[in-house]
Ligand binder design. Structure first.
Ligand code: ZN
Ligand code: ZN
Length: 305
């Protein structure tokens, strides 16, 4: 299993000298596993991934954590989606969250997602992607994409099984605390696992429902990719305003989760647009002092599991 980061910034793309080393593109991570390409989120980083995949002969699975701008804005610039003959399966979850954003159930039914016809739901992932490709925001619509695009609105809690070489790929998710809802994904294949958990806040704290759900989801994973947008001081509002309720976490929370779930390594992502490279270097030292096996996501970083 190979994991490569194409976008590590949260909220808005942040180009410039101050963010050159860690990168300024928004969320996008690719996982190469069992001969398949799995992509998590289509922030602006997906443009470069598309360039690397090429225009022809591409088959990929694209999973959305949620549909905020910084996770969809790159989609209209994903080259393989325009190439006839390419195949792109797109997955989103209509998570059953209560008004407070808490998942009502955390369970993983053994159901397998069927390779069925495209779902055209007004609230689903297809509708959200189509909406950003309309006038006056964008010159061409979703129908300009000539690849075989299939959209799956995954029922909350449903486990996805993808056929692959040597063993099937299992993908499952849970709902997490984030404005408008969000899910964290886990990919398993042949004894290895990676968890993509960004845009989440542990609003009920450690040992709350979301935290315990994430411990279950992350248990024994080789790699936990985690939202650490704020420092603990920023989150609490020391010397500034509090970021509580904004839907993001800290490296402290990631470290506690990593320890509890006994993951092998932690990778922090969704960097605040205001955190320049020098700031990120300092944050990296602090995070490693707290959980030794921590890396900071950087554009172009590739990890082999
Ligand atoms: Zn985000
Ligand atoms: Zn978000």
């Amino acid at each position: 299993m190979k994991v490569k980061f194409y976008g590590v910034r949260g909220s808005i793309a942040t180009a410039g000298d101050e963010t050159r080393r860690y990168g300024g593109n928004t969320s996008c991570v690719a996982v190469q596993v069992g001969g398949e390409t799995l992509i998590f989120d289509a922030g602006t980083g997906i443009r470069r991934l598309g360039t690397e995949l090429g225009f022809q002969g591409v088959r990929a699975h694209l999973f959305f954590s949620h549909l905020h701008w910084d996770h969809i804005q790159g989609f209209p610039f994903f080259g393989p989606a325009f190439g006839a003959g390419n195949r792109l399966d797109v997955y989103g979850v209509q998570s059953d969250l209560d008004p407070g954003g808490h998942p009502q159930t955390i369970e993983f039914p053994m159901a397998t997602l069927s390779d069925g016809p495209p779902v055209d739901d007004a609230k689903g992932v297809r509708a959200a992607l189509a909406a950003q490709m309309t006038a006056p925001h964008f010159p061409v619509g979703l129908d300009a994409m000539r690849a075989d695009l299939r959209f799956f609105d995954v029922p909350y809690g449903e486990r996805i099984t993808l056929p692959a070489s040597s063993a099937p790929i299992i993908v499952r998710h849970i709902g997490v605390d984030h404005p408008n809802g969000c899910v964290a994904w886990r990919v398993e294949h042949d004894g290895h696992a990676v968890v993509y958990a960004t845009d989440l806040e542990l609003a009920q704290g450690i040992d709350g429902e979301v935290f315990n759900g994430l411990v279950d989801l992350s248990r024994g994973a080789d790699l936990l990719i985690f939202d650490a947008m704020y420092t603990p001081e920023e989150y609490e509002g020391k010397g500034t305003f509090s970021r509580r309720g904004w839907g993001h976490s800290t490296f402290e929370m990631g470290a506690t989760l990593a320890e509890r779930a006994k993951v092998r390594s932690l990778c922090l992502t969704h960097h605040d647009p205001g955190h320049d490279d020098a700031f990120m270097d300092r944050l990296a030292s602090r995070a490693r002092a707290r959980f030794a096996s921590t890396t900071i996501a950087q554009e172009g970083l590739e990890l082999s599991l």
